[in-house]
Design a binder for this molecule. Structure first.
Ligand SMILES: Cc1cc2nc3c(=O)[nH]c(=O)nc-3n(C[C@H](O)[C@H](O)[C@H](O)COP(=O)(O)O)c2cc1C
Length: 182
């Protein structure tokens, strides 16, 4: 989770990952500004997210020597939600100076799914070019743009429906009545 608005989306995605029986471990990274947004927007701290499940363990964004900084670490992929324009730029240009950007770099080089949920608007040319650059490098660009065709009954439903679509990208698909039925 980076320092962009939309912490609630990140929390919804984390909760959905926790529910998946096939997932045994979730390495959670929250940047310094990400912690601030998490607190300001949803009144939560990293410890609250770790407390959700024993599957969740925290990695310091400053620790570029953590397990997930290595391509030898076995993993299914990485979701950055919310992703700041700053993190987008760092990853697009290979500036692996913190764990989030290094772990993302590892996903790209190891050909593991990297889902980037950018939150910024409006988008300038740098953002657009960086998105295209990352798309071409294999990342999945999934800006925080939820669909409304499922008629979400509240914000939680909206966040959860978006989380469903994010998990689809990593192959963790569920039957869900909120999918478009035609
Ligand atoms: C309260 C707050 C909200 C922010 N919201 C956004 C945002 O929605 N999108 C964005 O790209 N940057 C946003 N920023 C700016 C980033 O947090 C800033 O560029 C930061 O350096 C990103 O670092 P990080 O990627 O390590 O979290 C916000 C900053 C603050 C303090």
């Amino acid at each position: 989770m980076c320092g962009a608005s939309g912490a609630a989306f990140g929390v919804a995605i984390l909760k959905k990952l926790i529910q998946k029986d096939s997932i045994s471990q979730i390495a959670l990274m929250i940047s310094a500004t990400g912690k601030r947004c998490l607190h300001d927007e949803v009144d939560l701290g990293p410890e609250d997210l770790v407390a959700l499940s024993p599957k969740v363990s925290l990695r310091s964004d400053q620790n570029v020597g953590a397990d997930i900084a290595s391509g030898s670490y076995r993993q299914d992929g990485m979701i950055i939600a919310p992703c700041s324009a700053g993190a987008l730029g760092r990853i697009a240009w290979g500036v692996s100076n913190n764990l989030i950007s290094r772990a993302a770099d590892v996903c790209l080089k190891e050909r593991k799914p990297l889902v980037i949920c950018l939150r910024e608007t409006p988008l300038n040319r740098v953002h657009l070019e960086n998105m295209l650059r990352l798309h071409d490098a294999g990342a999945i660009l999934m800006p925080l743009m939820p669909g409304f065709y499922s008629k979400p009954k509240d914000f939680e439903d909206l966040f959860d429906t978006f989380a469903l679509r994010v998990l689809d990208q990593l192959g963790y698909s569920d039957h869900d009545p909120r999918r478009w039925q035609g």
